[in-house]
Design a protein around this ligand. Structure first.
Ligand code: ADP
Length: 368
């Protein structure tokens, strides 16, 4: 069991230097064709940052084709995330795409690739890689702290949004949790389990436990199709022991949010049960509310009243609030399939990626 330690918060607002990478980054990744698919995909990578479908070209920050490795994704997305998180930025990665396009593989990889002893497994997803780097950077920082003793504390939680309800993946008896957003405590999910982690093994235990509690069900598209969004969060607090002037500015708090969204597919509900129809509707609704929020953020929020920014329109948008705007760095990984039968979903995934790319990072969002 992991025991909580004393928590010391920074009372003064964080003044952070501008990080070199953009506030919102969009990366597209295509998975390889599987045995049933023909190798005649209409989706083509045309350069390091663009992809074409027929005569239409879409440009992003980076495009990774089916030859890309998990390490490539980590270098592109995970390494800057860890650096930004340690510098005090709220950082998020969000995987968006059709079921079967590679969200789970990209984010988590197979559970067998997470466990101790398999840490060099080439299939390991970016989330375990991020925590391997984060925890070793923290250890290095504590050892080389040049006369100031920096303490770090990391606490993790893992939740699922299923049918618009928030479930605690670390305590499956906790369902329908509420998001609280008050002036005193800020933003939090009431009664959500938080576990303190000090080692990579602590993190893998939490990941494996949470992922095995995730709701999965069979659909006509993919037997492992998921109808829920999952959010793994780690809050990192650091502070300096002592009163030395070297301690100045070393208290920081930042949040890493890793979000795997439910599949974006058009509902093929004819051969699935009524329960799935309801779940599918809720998934569709929350993804479209998220799209609506992104649309508004892309138009710019300065001229809008706070009540016009629909953060509270769904559990997902509410939880994403701290991932957008101000002191936040968001990377969206749009996963696409090379299968021509999925062209409709691929185009809508790429359109969504372009919309996210046009979000203006407006510090005023933090005040809303
Ligand atoms: P999703 O989470 O979007 O439903 P998955 O991650 O489960 O999709 O991927 C579907 C299948 O494709 C899985 O068998 C997965 O291992 C495989 N896959 C996905 N992306 C890749 C990739 N980049 N390289 C190799 N296999 C992949």
């Amino acid at each position: 069991a992991i025991s909580p330690k004393e928590v010391i918060r920074s009372d003064s607002p964080q003044e952070l230097p501008a990080a070199p990478d953009p506030a919102v980054k969009v990366v597209v990744r295509s998975r390889p064709a599987n045995g049933h698919e023909r190798g005649d995909s209409m989706v083509r990578k045309v350069s390091d940052d663009s992809v074409s479908i027929a005569d239409r070209k879409f440009t992003f920050d980076s495009v990774l084709d089916s030859n890309s490795t998990q390490e490539d994704v980590f270098q592109l997305v995970g390494v800057p995330l860890v650096k930004n998180a340690l510098a005090g930025y709220n950082t998020s990665v969000l995987a968006y795409g059709q079921t079967g396009s590679g969200k789970t593989y990209t984010m988590w990889g197979p559970p067998s690739a997470m466990v101790e002893g398999h840490s060099a497994d080439s299939h390991q997803g970016i989330v375990p890689r991020i925590f391997q780097m984060l925890l070793s950077e923290i250890q290095r920082e504590q050892e080389n702290s040049e006369g100031k003793q920096i303490n770090y504390q990391c606490r993790c939680s893992f939740l699922e949004i299923f049918n618009e309800q928030i479930w605690d993946l670390l305590d499956p008896t906790q369902r329908n949790l509420e998001i609280k957003d008050d002036a005193k405590n800020g933003f939090y999910v009431e009664n959500l389990t938080e576990e303190y982690v000090t080692s990579y093994e602590d993190v893998t235990q939490i990941l494996i436990k949470g992922l095995s509690s995730r709701k999965v069900g069979a659909t006509s598209i993919n037997s492992k199709s998921s109808r829920s969004h999952i959010v793994f969060t780690c809050v990192i607090e650091s502070w300096c022991k002592g009163t030395s002037s070297k301690c100045f500015g070393s208290s920081k708090t930042s949040r890493i949010s890793l979000i795997d969204l439910a599949g974006l597919e058009r509902n093929k509900l004819d051969d699935v049960g009524r329960e799935y129809a309801k779940e599918g509707k809720n998934v569709k609704k929350s993804l479209s509310q998220f799209g609506h929020l992104v649309n508004i953020l892309a138009e710019g929020v300065r001229s809008r009243k706070s009540e016009d920014i629909p953060y509270r329109s769904s559990s997902l948008t509410h939880l994403l609030r701290e991932s957008l705007g101000g002191n936040a760095k968001l990377t969206v990984i749009c996963t696409i399939s090379p299968d021509n039968k999925s062209i409709g979903e691929t185009v809508s995934t790429l359109r969504f990626g372009q919309l996210v790319k046009s979000i203006r990072n407006d510090p005023v969002i933090n005040e809303i």
